[in-house]
Structures are given as structure tokens and as C-alpha cells.
Design a protein around this ligand. Structure first.
Ligand SMILES: NC(=O)c1ccc[n+]([C@@H]2O[C@H](COP(=O)([O-])OP(=O)(O)OC[C@H]3O[C@@H](n4cnc5c(N)ncnc54)[C@H](O)[C@@H]3O)[C@@H](O)[C@H]2O)c1
Length: 255
């Protein structure tokens, strides 16, 4: 691993750490030397990621938290700083897809659920992380997992598209406000990957084959593609990059 991708002595928090992308991000940052705080509402999933990290000889702790609870998020970040001295890297990655129906039929309850998890939870995390990282003047790097749906749209997932566009805006707002405190805030925009809620929603092999063909590189994303971009954004190698949305989409939006 190049020297600038080393995270020795650093503490990294990964939300949705039990999921497809979260596990790859956790193991990648851990391989660089960071202690990983694996955050998830699903205790079994968080434990499995922590086990993958520690089985490889790296360091992780498990934090079961419902990120839609603003007070619980404040407590979470406070606990992390108390246990590890500071927070260096935060990856706000937890998310859900919601229903797949046209906007005219979209259930209001599901709209609120998608906003709570995909947008409000990112705000709750950001507000606590920004304060924690600026408290000792050392700054840090925050990466939000958006989606190519932060730039384009597709039918039946309107609320998801809206939240990911909003995450892009929130990323820029945080970057502008906290750049002077040495905190960089960026987002990644993955295309489709057959993991987690996406794999559960799209089960048809032929649909995945068709989607692969829509990528310039002829395949959909795998979690390690996303983890590589996140690690770069977390590292000093991207030290002059902030407020950006980095597409990790195999050319999907270029085709
Ligand atoms: N898989 C894809 O095709 C794809 C594409 C673009 C963007 N994304 C984004 O990547 C991120 C990770 O998705 P994934 O594909 O790894 O899905 P995933 O379902 O495998 O992981 C999501 C994780 O978030 C956790 N989570 C959900 N609600 C939570 C809550 N209230 N509090 C705490 N944790 C909660 C889940 O338990 C799960 O472990 C999401 O933000 C998603 O929108 C995914």
C-alpha cells in the first residue's frame, strides 16, 4: 500500500458497516492500519464485519445504532472519541432503497423512511462528526456514500434519487463550512452493485446482465471498487479534494 494510504493510529467510523459496501470499506481502511468502528442497526451484520477485520489481524469495534435517532448518533460519536481519543475518518454509508413504484403511487410513510435513513441520518452523523473533528484542530476526512442517482434519475425510485441529490448538496455545504477547520468532506457516487438491498430488489440475472452492458467497462460495480475510492478520499493522497462527488460507476453516466 502506498505510504499516503496508510491510516496507522487513526480511528475510522463506517456506518452501514455490516452491509456490502460497508464491509469492503471497513476491511480496506483496516488494512491501512485504522481502527474501525463498525456502525450498523443490524448487530449480526456489524459483528460479521468486525470479525472479518479482526480475523485478518486488524482492529475493529462494534457499535449497534439506529442512525435515524439523532440523540443516539450524538452518543455514538461521543463514545468513539472517548474510547479512541479522536475521530479521523468517517464514512457515512448506511442507506436503503425504499419502494420501487412510480411517484404517483409512492407511499408517504416510505417516503419519510427513505428520507430519515438516507438523508437525515447523514445530517445527524455530519453534525456530530464535524464538531468532534474540529474540537482539537486536527481536522479529518468525511466521505458520504451517495450514488449515481445524485446526478441522474431512473423510474420508480424517486425518493431515493431525491435523497442522494440532497446528500451531494449537504456534502458541499459541509465542505464549504468546515474546510477552514481542516476537514475535507466528499461523496462517492457508485453505480449498481449486486449486494445488500439492491441485490434484494433486483433478483433477475438478465436485468443484471443488461445493466452490465450499460457500463463502459462492461460490468456492474463490486464493493471493492467503492472501497478503493473511499480509501483514497480518506487519505492524504486526496488532500486537496473537498466538496466533490467522485463517480465510481465504470463509465455508466458517460455512456
Ligand atoms: N448497492 C448498490 O448498487 C449501490 C449503488 C449506489 C449507492 N449505494 C449506496 O451505498 C450504501 C451502502 O449500500 P449497500 O449496497 O452496501 O447496501 P446494504 O444493504 O448491504 O448496506 C446498508 C447497511 O445500512 C444499514 N442500515 C440501514 N438502516 C440503518 C439505520 N437506520 N441505522 C444504522 N444502519 C442502518 C443496514 O443494516 C445495512 O447493513 C447506501 O447508502 C446505498 O444507497 C449502493
Amino acid at each position: 500500500m502506498p505510504e499516503q494510504l496508510e491510516f496507522a493510529g487513526q480511528t475510522a467510523l463506517v456506518t452501514g458497516g455490516g452491509g456490502g459496501f460497508g464491509r469492503a470499506i471497513s476491511t480496506t481502511l483496516a488494512a491501512g492500519g485504522a481502527h474501525i468502528c463498525v456502525v450498523d442497526i443490524n448487530a449480526d451484520a456489524a459483528s460479521a464485519t468486525a470479525k472479518a477485520v479482526t480475523d485478518a489481524g486488524w482492529s475493529a469495534s462494534i457499535h449497534v445504532c439506529d442512525l435515524t435517532d439523532a440523540e443516539a448518533v450524538q452518543q455514538l460519536i461521543g463514545d468513539v472519541v472517548a474510547a479512541h481519543g479522536r475521530l479521523d475518518i468517517a464514512v457515512n454509508n448506511a442507506g436503503i432503497g425504499g419502494a420501487m413504484v412510480p411517484l404517483g403511487e409512492y407511499p408517504v410513510e416510505t417516503w419519510h423512511r427513505v428520507l430519515d435513513i438516507n438523508l437525515s441520518s447523514v445530517f445527524y452523523c455530519l453534525r456530530a462528526e464535524l464538531v468532534a473533528m474540529s474540537a482539537d484542530g486536527k481536522g479529518g476526512s468525511i466521505i458520504n456514500t451517495a450514488s449515481i442517482m445524485a446526478e441522474v434519475a431512473m423510474p420508480t425510485i424517486g425518493p431515493y434519487v431525491a435523497t442522494k441529490h440532497a446528500v451531494n448538496g449537504l456534502t458541499k455545504a459541509a465542505a464549504v463550512e468546515y474546510g477552514p477547520h481542516g476537514i475535507r468532506v466528499n461523496a462517492v457516487a457508485p453505480s449498481f452493485s449486486r449486494v445488500g438491498f439492491t441485490a434484494e430488489s433486483i433478483t433477475d440475472d438478465s436485468a443484471w446482465d443488461a445493466m452490465a452492458g450499460q457500463h463502459a467497462l462492461g460490468r456492474s460495480a463490486n464493493p471493492q471498487d467503492i472501497a478503493g475510492a473511499v480509501a483514497w478520499l480518506a487519505s492524504d493522497a486526496s488532500g486537496f479534494v473537498t466538496g466533490d462527488l467522485i463517480k465510481v460507476d465504470g463509465g455508466f453516466t458517460a455512456v
